[in-house]
Write a protein that binds this ligand. Structure first.
Ligand SMILES: Cc1ncc(COP(=O)(O)O)c(C=O)c1O
Length: 436
């Protein structure tokens, strides 16, 4: 063993299964200090909205596996479609080859998306979708003979992924990539504008620096991993206007917000805007497997349309447009068509608001906010994160509080009873502990 097992406490009280005992010293977990972190929870099955542990314990998954499992787990329609595809063709390269699941998915996505977001570039994860969006924006200008426009403006509290380009547009100070200053490209950062003064300052900035700027990138309506900060649709619609006036591309990163999470299929709809480029991922395959997409408007795509091979977009992940993932995504879109998901999000929003309201009165709580199927309890300070997580697990719920927030992004199929259990567990645990 390379780490001191005795220094860590198990998050749940069950036995450590044999496979975990054997494998724990060979695995490197995400965002984790491996020496001090407790052993992760051994999940052996998923059912409905629950994670089932080796010892049979069921935890309501309040995070939908990082915003992905929008229809809950193991939905029979998705399972059937992926199984069918697995037998027919699990994978084929996408360079020089087309296949039905990908082309059907691209057609369906472009019909669902606002405006003329008509060209879909598939890739393998959200971070890569952001990389592709940044490359698209930079080359958009180069292909038109405009040099020097290679920087981006992003926002405080932004999070766009963990690859190098994506890291460069995360919040450079408060974000999780602050260590890497000097290694990352330097970009521009502003607060998300709310007031007239802030809009004017941003417009001035865009006007002054537009010859350096390829684009502006934002997570529409909800900034996720940077602290679950919300902004109103108006901030977004006015940002669109500013980008138009200053002729800067607008990239909407809908990787977390897409597919119903904020109450509409895509958050941009609430501001009635069409970004120049949009990134989607996470719930695209409804928590089945990894795929993402970067989608461009006609204007952006047309800048790549020429007789010059050098003007092509030079990107192509090996598992691009993986047929299994496309089958899962198509099946997920079937469910959005046949089941009342968005109506359910409106009910979840009310349920979260009601269920979390009592937290407002607890010591240390500074804000309770909800938007679509996202609920957030923000505290002044959150110490002992691991103890908090363990206490929530003991109450039968799976959540991963971070920074100064306890947040929920449950599957959109969660029942009233399960939602109530989730909110009550959060209230009970936070009440017991007082100030975290
Ligand atoms: C807004 C946003 N963009 C990009 C990403 C990165 O996606 P992935 O983890 O699939 O690389 C995330 C992941 O949390 C995200 O929330």
């Amino acid at each position: 063993m390379t780490n001191d097992q005795s220094a860590v406490t198990q998050l749940h009280s069950g036995e450590t299964p044999e496979w975990q005992q054997a494998g724990v010293s060979h695995i490197w977990s995400p965002y984790t200090q491996m020496k001090t972190a407790p052993l992760p929870i051994p999940v052996v099955r998923t059912e409905g909205v629950c994670l089932v542990l080796e010892d049979g314990t069921r935890l309501i998954d309040g995070m939908a596996s990082w915003w992905t499992a929008c229809h809950g787990y193991n939905h029979p329609h998705i399972v059937d479609k992926v199984t069918e595809q697995l037998h027919r063709m699990p994978h084929v390269m996408f360079g020089g080859v087309h296949h039905e699941p990908a082309l059907r998915l691209a057609t369906r996505l472009t019909k669902l998306l606002p405006g003329d977001l008509n060209r879909v570039f598939f890739c393998d994860s959200g971070s890569v979708a952001v990389e592709v969006a940044l490359k698209m924006a930079v080359q958009f200008w180069l292909n038109q003979g405009v040099r020097g426009r290679s920087k981006f403006l992003s926002f405080r509290h932004a999070y766009h992924g963990d690859t190098v380009g994506a890291m460069s547009v995360c919040d450079p100070v408060n974000g999780m990539h602050a260590h890497f200053k000097g290694f990352l490209l330097e970009q521009f950062t502003h607060g998300v504008p709310h007031t007239e003064q802030e809009f004017h300052a941003l417009e001035r900035f865009l006007g002054e620096r537009r010859d350096e700027l390829a684009g502006v990138i934002i997570e529409p309506l909800i900034q996720g991993a940077g602290g679950m900060k919300f902004h109103p649709p108006e901030s977004l619609s006015r940002l669109r206007q500013l980008c138009d006036r200053c002729d800067v591309l607008l990239i909407a990163d809908e990787i977390a917000t897409g597919f119903g999470r904020t109450g509409t299929m895509f958050a941009c709809e609430q501001a009635s805007i069409v970004p120049d480029v949009m990134c989607v991922g996470k719930a695209l395959t409804a928590g089945t497997m990894s795929i993402a997409a970067t989608i461009a408007t006609d204007r952006v795509f047309n800048a790549f349309w020429s007789d010059d091979p050098g003007g092509a977009l030079m990107h192509g992940p090996t598992y691009m447009a993986n047929p299994l993932a496309c089958a899962a995504a198509n099946a997920s879109l079937d469910l959005f068509e046949s089941e009342p998901r968005l109506a359910r999000v409106a009910e979840i929003e009310k349920g979260l608001a009601k269920g979390l309201e009592p937290c407002r009165a607890l010591a240390g709580v500074v804000d309770v906010r909800t938007k679509g199927a996202v609920g957030v309890v923000q505290v002044a300070e959150l110490h002992h994160l691991e103890r908090l997580r363990a206490a929530l697990v003991a109450e039968g719920v799976w959540l991963r509080p971070f920074s100064d927030i306890v947040y929920m992004t449950p599957p959109l199929t969660i029942s009233d009873r399960e939602l109530d259990a989730l909110c009550s567990a959060v209230h009970r645990v936070m009440n017991r502990w007082g100030t975290w």
